[in-house]
Design a protein around this ligand. Structure first.
Ligand code: TRP
Length: 336
């Protein structure tokens, strides 16, 4: 096996506002990887348009995600930060992967089924081949480690299948085996209105999520309004049973305070939600406040943000282009 450097790649979609879910589930965990790996973080605008995006909204959201990453501690001097559409290797390799992946594999993808819903016939073709593009994102850098939420695990398995099929079809040892890096329980932050569905930028209810563009007052209000039940809190996490909303709030508390969910339960044993939510609101404001403030500051300096993204794109392209060239060679594309 070729000796690959330890390289991390991950992405966030610029579709709608960045939420607490993106922060706790993804970005916050990426910060700590910067010193252990070579890191590449991408704003995946090509993925975003698999569902309709207003052009101006997309442009703004792309900058906002970049600002959110930087405000959260992703350092452009340590990590490559860029938006996907600036590096053409992603789309070019995705096409080749469309020809490697099998219909049967894509038919099994649960995210497509969820996103397309009942109206599969009207979903974009892009939404269907979304996982091939994700595989291209990762493999065009020969990335070895990919931090993702549990909901993306299936896409990573597909990435491994594509890499393997490519290697065996062409009789090469070219693409590495990709390992997922899955983080703690709050990697899946649930809606504040319904503890059984994921916190999402596309949920029609604003109160279901905390956006990284919310100010401190609003963050606090949304926590206070979060749905709960009327039971007091038990001393252990397992005793929460199927109290989905309570579990979600405990997990958020644990992730924001970098403690164990069990330790949080122990502290609030026997207490009601009024007190717990007051503390959670304060905690949320103290952790997120500085980030949202810095984000707003960065959003006022678009020239700076854009320069980070174009510099990042140049660096990304330098990594991706030679790999894509080798793929074209392997596949048999004539390059006179
Ligand atoms: N599909 C991922 C999500 O929705 C985003 C993504 C796109 C990604 N390309 C990626 C994540 C490559 C990791 C690696 O969360």
């Amino acid at each position: 096996m070729t000796d690959f450097t330890q390289r991390v790649f991950s992405g966030v979609q610029p579709s709608g506002d960045l939420t607490l879910g993106n922060y706790l589930g993804a970005i916050k965990n990426w910060v700590s990887l910067q010193d252990a790996y070579e890191t590449i973080f991408c704003v995946v605008d090509l993925h975003a348009i698999t569902t309709w995006q207003e052009p101006d909204v997309l442009r703004n959201a792309t900058r906002e995600v970049a600002a959110g990453m930087i405000a959260s501690g992703i350092d452009p001097k340590k990590s490559v930060i860029f938006n996907q559409s600036q590096v053409s290797a992603h789309a070019e390799l995705a096409w080749i992967f469309n020809c490697v992946a099998r219909m049967g594999w894509l038919n099994r993808m649960t995210q497509f089924k969820e996103k397309a819903g009942k109206n599969k016939e009207r979903a974009s073709v892009g939404l269907y081949v979304y996982p091939d593009l994700m595989a291209a994102d990762i493999l065009t850098y020969h990335a070895t480690h990919v931090p993702v939420g549990a909901d993306q695990k299936q896409h990573l398995e597909l990435t491994r299948d594509i890499a393997q099929k490519f290697n065996s079809d062409y009789g090469v040892d070219f693409f590495p085996e990709v390992e997922p890096l899955i983080f703690g329980p709050a990697t899946r932050v649930m809606s504040l209105r319904d503890g059984n569905i994921k916190m999402s930028k596309s949920d029609p209810s604003e109160n279901s999520r905390i956006n990284l563009t919310d100010d401190c007052d609003l963050i606090s209000k949304k926590i206070q309004k979060a749905r709960t039940d009327s039971e007091p809190l038990p001393g252990t996490f397992s005793e929460l049973g199927d109290r989905a909303e309570a579990k979600n709030l405990i997990n958020i508390f644990a992730a924001l305070s970098e403690r164990d969910a069990e330790a949080v339960c122990l502290e609030y044993e026997g207490k009601g939600f009024a007190e717990f939510k007051r503390d959670l609101a304060d905690l949320s404001v103290s952790v997120l406040g500085p980030i949202t403030k810095e984000m707003a500051h960065l959003m006022n300096d678009k020239t700076y943000l854009d320069s980070i993204l174009s510099e990042g794109a140049k660096n990304a392209d330098n990594l991706a282009s030679p790999i894509l060239k080798q793929v074209q060679e392997i596949v048999g594309f004539l390059r006179p």
